[in-house]
Design a protein around this ligand. Structure first.
Ligand code: SF4
Length: 969
């Protein structure tokens, strides 16, 4: 590790403070300093005070957004108010064809973003939207003369109306004297020559900018020409002078367009510094958080135990979702911490709590049809989610009877309000009172929902504060402070929603309120701005702008995050954006590259942590920035040392705050027995192997996996479509030898069969032909065609060895019974069931195939030790393949192989399951071992003394849909 007292390059802000003292010491207080964000101002003021060592009037400091509002004398309006104003425009333009508010907000937000961009980049809205609608009309033009479909007509109409929307919307806002960000920036840019700034400030100094929108560029350029402003840049020759470096793209553009006489400052830190860069891969976000905590403990414990010294160290979270795992992983040596970032409000547990309550009321309305009254009843699964939620559990004492267990034990499907209230202990009258409202009929009075949420938040705040008072501790309790901060943010958000909604009559449906609440929460970040001049700095990437640190730990250095890549939340296609000089993903990539390299520029000890797991579409590889620095920096400067490592397991187990433990009482045990009768699938046993509680939630309570991650939904769609299409393609050849000619027929039929699979999955033709689904459609065609080509090659190879492939069965349901002795006295028969995707016969050997479209690693089908099958999650696929072989073995006399065809690595062909004896043929001894494993798992599953407990391996909770219920989110 490099000593932070050596190799001292002055930080950028230190240079800025010296510059101000040297050039403006007489009139510092008359300066206006403008930064890209609010954070840097406090650091600058502190540096000035340190250097001047006397009382002084500090300059006025603004973020660029505050500066624009100040000189325009305007305020930027809350997003929800803007949406409501835009909705009024929508109704006015569309008249009787107007959508409900609920449907509108899905694309209204996108429109707001586009209008904002149009103004920030000073684009002529009429030209842009006119061009856009013409281009859409041409792209939809059917050369074969077919008329446009209803969907295409609607689509075109929307594009044709965009210019009217823009005009009416901006006029409406101006008449009410409210504005969005772009409107304010455009106003300043168009009036900059007439705004008299000389009376306000002697000089305006813009500090640390890189990406400038057209409006910012115009304003800064004009002020510099008028000698009212200066600009101070921060760049390094390494990226600024090399046209191949994307980090310098915007700096080079700015130099050209703004053309300041002196370029302050272009440093040569990458050339002249000594650096150690450690690149560390970890399996997921939680592991990264643990690794970061360990680095701080092992390398920087002396620094972080001193509030002032720890300022030299920053933990940078590219993915803000890792804030809580990181906080829980910090070692006790960290005496002071300053968090500067926006924490996504949707990550707050109280959000899922309210989301569940909305869903519970919506279900109550559905189930109570046709007449729903004040006596509506609630579904027991919704109540379990409600009472198992950490926010509710925190209101009850730990030793009180667990309400969830009571609900399960009573075996009652629908519960009325009084019955639920009776479960709450008498000494909790305040909680009872709040629940009365929470369980009142929100469907009849949707607006009551906000009042109930506000009351509930007030109750939680009171309970946390009184608990905080009781627990006198010297340790900093980040958890409590964060909880209070987000509760405060929620009460503000609810209040805003209530005020804004009072102006629209259309919001009468509870589901509309629910959707609006969810949308608003998903767009809101809780800004944490702690005491910045002390403590370890925990920051988002954007908050690091203009700051420098000797020691840096950056998490989530993965593609899709750093840089963010091709995410689009816009109606304007990229090629048109380019034509009108709007920012595209290429510009965003350059911005991220600049932030990354600028941060590395003066750092001495750097740790770059990345996630080693890619998602099902191959996204999320380690960032190309990592590959670039490995390749380039040591050649550029031999004093830059780079090391690489992978952390395969977590440093330690996480302590569990509280646990839900489900005892196997009679009711639960009967559910288990029922399942034994109906059949136990490998997925169910795998769920149990991974987490007993997850098995209980999924397979006994049958709580649905409410998967909201879009990538996951896309992956599931792709997987299902491929499975169905392969089934249809191969079906005519069951019990036949597969010939090359058959496969060539399949190649011709593939596209239409895939299209039919989409239609069967309830996608319309329009949905298949446009947007994201079209992409999935194209991917499916490509994957299936690659697969069939690989099959042709395989058949050819077999032929050369005088072998043939017979397709035996497709999607075969297989069953078997197993007898086990449970609880030392009871013999029970458990039905095992499974469905193999395909079974072939080659040279008298059975080949059981499972198709996988998701991520797959060869190690997952390599069994090293039979014991691993008991509870190691990476053995899920091996377990499943052996399970199928075990079910199939009695029906066929052949020897058996089982394996995977991965659509990700189609060229690698069939991935055989390899037994601990290192063979691909599964023999009777292997089946005996496997039966033993099954016996062990099932005996434990039915053991009445072993409750369904949460897993102790917290990393297994990362993608679990029940993480919030278990307090593991
Ligand atoms: S969150 Fe974790 S403990 Fe809870 S069910 Fe899921 S895997 Fe089990």
């Amino acid at each position: 590790m490099i000593d932070t007292n050596t190799n001292n390059n002055a930080s950028f802000l230190s240079k800025v403070s010296d510059y101000l003292i040297d050039n403006y010491s007489e009139n510092l207080s008359e300066l206006c300093i403008v930064f890209p964000n609010r954070r840097a101002g406090l650091f600058l003021k502190n540096l000035l005070a340190d250097k001047l060592r006397k009382t002084f009037w500090s300059p006025k400091v603004f973020s660029i957004e505050d500066f624009m509002c100040e000189i325009a004398n305007k305020k930027i309006t809350e997003n929800i108010r803007l949406l409501i104003e835009l909705y009024a425009v929508h109704k006015n333009i569309e008249k009787e064809n107007a959508k409900s508010f609920d449907e509108f907000i899905r694309w209204g937000q996108m429109l707001l973003n586009d209008f904002n961009e149009v103004d920030l980049y000073l684009v002529n809205a009429n030209d842009l939207f006119g061009y856009l609608s013409e281009s859409k009309a041409i792209s939809l033009w059917n050369t074969d003369g077919k008329p446009l479909t209803a969907y295409q007509i609607k689509y075109l109409h929307l594009y044709k109306s965009l210019a009217s929307y823009y005009k009416e919307f901006t006029n409406q806002l101006a008449s009410k004297n409210i504005a969005y960000q772009g409107m304010v920036y455009r106003f300043v840019a168009e009036n900059i020559e007439n705004i008299d700034l000389t009376k306000k400030w002697h000089k305006i100094i813009f500090v640390g900018f890189n990406a400038l929108t057209t409006s910012e560029e115009k304003i800064i350029k004009k002020l510099i020409q008028l000698e009212k402003a200066e600009i101070l840049w921060d760049a390094d020759k390494y990226y600024a002078e090399n046209n191949m470096q994307e980090a310098g793209t915007l700096i080079r553009k700015n130099i050209k367009s703004i053309g300041t006489k002196d370029f302050n400052w272009l440093s040569d830190d990458f050339k002249n510094s000594i650096k150690e860069i450690n690149i560390i891969g970890a399996v997921n976000g939680i592991s990264q958080a643990k690794v970061a905590g360990n680095i701080i403990k092992e390398k920087f414990s002396t620094l972080v135990s001193d509030a002032k010294l720890s300022l030299k160290t920053a933990l940078v979270l590219v993915d803000e979702n890792l804030l809580l795992p990181v906080l829980y992983s910090l070692p006790p040596e960290v005496v002071q911490l300053n968090i500067t970032m926006g924490f996504p409000l949707k990550n707050a547990p109280v959000y899922t709590f309210f989301d569940n309550i909305f869903a519970m009321h919506e279900n109550a309305k559905r189930f109570n049809k046709p007449e729903f009254s004040d006596k509506q009843s609630f579904y027991f699964k919704d109540l379990i989610k409600l009472f198992a939620h950490p926010n509710i559990l925190s209101l009850f004492n730990a030793n009180e009877e667990h309400i969830v267990e009571t609900i399960i034990a009573r075996n009652k499907v629908f519960w009325q309000q009084e019955e639920i209230l009776a479960l709450i202990p008498e000494n909790k009258s305040d909680i009872k009172e709040n629940f009365k409202k929470l369980l009142s009929n929100w469907n009849v009075q949707p607006n009551i929902s906000f009042e109930c949420m506000a009351n509930f938040i007030a109750m939680l705040q009171k309970s946390i504060i009184s608990e905080k008072k009781q627990v006198e501790t010297e340790e900093i309790d980040f958890k409590v402070d964060i909880e209070l901060s987000y509760l405060f943010a929620f009460s503000k958000l609810i209040n805003n929603l209530q005020c804004s909604l009072s102006s629209i009559a259309d919001v009468v449906e509870l589901k509309t309120l629910h959707s609006l609440f969810s949308q608003t929460v998903s767009l809101t970040k809780l800004p944490f701005y702690g005491e910045p001049l002390k403590g370890l700095q925990l920051m988002g990437l954007l908050e690091t702008r203009t700051l420098d640190f000797d020691n840096l730990i950056i998490l989530s250095v993965n593609e899709g995050l750093l840089p963010s890549g091709k995410t689009s939340n816009s109606l304007i296609p990229v090629d048109i954006k380019r034509q009108f000089n709007l920012a595209t993903y290429n510009d965003h990539d350059s911005i991220y590259a600049y932030h990354f390299y600028r941060l590395l520029q003066r750092a001495k000890n750097v740790y770059l942590l990345y996630n080693t797991e890619t998602d099902d579409f191959g996204k999320g590889e380690r960032s190309r920035f990592i590959n670039q620095i490995i390749d380039e920096l040591p050649k550029y400067n031999s004093n830059i040392k780079i090391s690489e490592s992978i952390v395969s397991s977590l440093p330690e187990k996480q302590l569990i705050d509280y646990t839900i433990s489900i005892k196997k009482n009679e009711f639960v045990y009967n559910m288990l027995k029922k399942m034994a009768n109906n059949g136990m699938s490998p997925s169910a046993i795998n769920a149990y192997r991974n987490c007993k509680l997850k098995f209980y939630f999924l397979y006994l309570l049958k709580l649905k996996e409410t998967e909201s991650v879009q990538e996951k939904i896309d992956a599931i769609t792709l997987g299902n479509i491929i499975h169905e299409a392969l089934h249809v393609l191969y079906k005519p050849y069951i019990n036949r030898i597969i010939e090359k000619a058959h496969l060539e027929v399949m190649l011709k039929e593939a596209e239409s069969i895939i299209k039919q699979a989409f239609l069967n999955a309830k996608f319309s033709i329009d949905e298949i032909n446009f947007g994201k689904n079209h992409l999935i459609f194209k991917v499916a065609i490509k994957l299936i065609s690659n697969f069939i080509h690989q099959e042709i090659k395989y058949i050819d190879d077999l032929k050369k060895d005088n072998n043939i492939l017979t397709l035996m069965v497709l999607e075969k349901d297989m069953y078997k019974q197993i007898n086990i002795l449970v609880n030392k006295e009871e013999n029970i028969i458990i039905k095992l069931k499974g469905k193999a995707d395909r079974i072939d016969s080659i040279a008298n050997t059975l080949r059981i195939i499972d198709y996988k479209t998701g991520y797959f690693d060869k190690k997952e089908v390599l069994i090293k030790d039979w014991e691993d099958l008991i509870n190691k999650p990476f053995m899920d696929k091996s377990f499943q393949l052996l399970f199928y072989a075990y079910l199939a073995k009695d029906d066929y006399n052949n020897s058996i192989q089982s394996g995977i065809i991965s659509f990700r690595n189609i060229k690698e062909g069939f991935h055989y399951l390899i037994t601990p004896e290192n063979t691909k043929n599964i023999n009777n001894i292997d089946f005996n071992y496997f039966e033993n494993v099954l016996q062990q798992i099932l005996t434990e599953m039915f053991d009445k003394n072993i409750p369904f407990n949460p897993t102790e391996e917290i990393e297994r909770c990362t993608y679990c849909p029940f993480a919030m219920i278990c307090n593991r989110a």
